[in-house]
Design a protein around this ligand. Structure first.
Ligand SMILES: [Zn+2]
Length: 407
């Protein structure tokens, strides 16, 4: 679900570029901002929330009470009054009884589903693989909906909605798949509409790097930040940007194709058909091809974790390849930093498995490649192991839509 409204014919039409917030939207917008403040600060009293959002405690009380009545928030730990006679305050946090969100991670060869509580806890996980000779969208949808069914029926509560993170290109206005490489039968599939029809709840669909960003925004290292980027590395490369407090998607979700920015004029041919894309020098495919050429053991299954292990063992050629891989990854990160200045970049995917040592190598190269202004602090960080982060992010997409977060 994106930024389109439906007209009477049911067709999506873009919102006017300068539409104002209607009075009917102000209430939900404030509620969204308050919940976002709660995610940023952790369990908080009404007074803390009033201070943080710059409104009166009365206003906070008016927003909070319906959320308590709907069992979205709950009063928790009691804070003793500072002086005798004061009224004790309680800390507010997300209720364990609130309806969970069903999160779905859809890749070209498999699907993962789980429930995510409003405070980010993951449970009721299920997996399913697509058949190797997958050729029909209906067949893929049967596997996908069966996996979701097993997850949502494992609890008595209904779910708040379904959030889907897709490892491919998405049209966020129509909720359909534009392209899922290696599973072409799903190209053009209206996944959002089909899931909504089957399960009767709101469905939000976006590409996986943006889901990772949303997950980091609420549950991870992006908390409380107004600007940051998420970069995914591995089989493919992807980026998602959070700029001035908003997720930037580009028209109908077309942004984020950093893997196909050109870093080597007349370089190797990319799978997109052009030459010298960042993907030709910084994916696992490049790493494995290079490992084969350089004679490293078991090149076909090489990743950051094993490359570091080989380098630390002193295996011939491993250290050089490690340095080259870290340098190649840092090139794309530096280009991103120069253009948009996110100033905080959270890395997901393969490099996370390389841990702190991998991060240090990338960071050292990155710093040599960027030009910063005096006083600007630019940091790189590692995200969580990818599946957990992507599933939380998929759930976050639903929160964003239903609770009107300022995304
Ligand atoms: Zn390309």
């Amino acid at each position: 679900m994106g930024t389109a409204d439906e007209d009477q014919t049911g067709e999506a039409r873009p919102r006017p570029a300068h539409s104002l917030i209607s009075t009917a939207t102000v209430g939900p917008a404030n509620r969204g901002r308050l919940l976002q403040a709660l995610y940023d600060m952790g369990p908080s009293s009404r007074a803390d929330l009033a201070r943080f959002t710059g409104v009166s405690r009365g206003t906070i009380g008016g927003i909070v009470q319906p959320l308590i009545d709907q069992r979205i928030l709950v009063e928790g730990e009691v804070i003793p009054p500072k002086q005798a006679g004061g009224k004790p305050a309680t800390k507010l946090w997300f209720s364990k009884d609130a309806k969970p969100i069903c999160a779905v991670l859809l890749m070209h060869n498999c699907v993962r589903t789980c429930l995510v509580s409003l405070d980010g806890e993951i449970y009721a996980q299920n997996n399913a693989d697509f058949p190797k000779d997958l050729s029909l969208a209906d067949e893929a949808f049967r596997v996908l909906s069966g996996c979701i069914e097993r997850t949502v029926t494992s609890v008595d509560l209904p779910v708040l909605g379904i959030g889907v993170a897709v490892g491919g290109m998405i049209n966020t206005e129509t909720g359909s798949i534009v392209g899922l490489s290696l599973a072409p039968c799903l190209d053009g599939f209206p996944i959002g509409a089909e899931l909504s029809k089957k399960f009767g709840v709101p469905v939000c669909v976006d590409q996986d790097a943006r889901a990772l960003l949303v997950g980091d925004r609420w549950f991870g290292k992006g908390r409380g930040r107004k600007n940051f980027a998420v970069v995914y590395t591995g089989e493919v490369l992807g980026v998602a940007l959070y700029l001035d407090g908003h997720l930037y998607r580009g028209p109908a979700g077309a942004g984020g194709e950093i893997g196909h920015t050109i870093v080597q004029v007349n370089g190797s041919v990319c799978k997109c058909g052009r030459r010298g894309c960042w993907e030709t020098i910084a994916t696992l495919r490049w790493l494995r091809d290079e490992a084969r050429v350089r004679g490293l053991p078991q090149p076909a299954s090489l990743d950051s974790r094993r490359l570091l292990f080989l380098a630390n063992q002193g295996v011939k050629g491993a250290e050089d390849l490690l340095q080259a891989y870290a340098f190649n990854i840092s090139i794309g990160l530096a280009n991103l930093q120069q253009l948009m200045a996110p100033n905080h970049i959270i890395l997901h995917g393969d490099v996370v498995h390389g841990g702190g040592q991998m991060l240090e190598l990338i960071d050292a190269n990155f710093r040599k490649l960027i030009l910063t202004r005096p006083g600007d602090e630019v940091t790189l960080a590692l995200g969580e192991i990818e599946d957990v982060a992507a599933l939380r992010g998929a759930a976050g997409l639903v929160l964003s839509e239903l609770l009107n977060f300022a995304l």
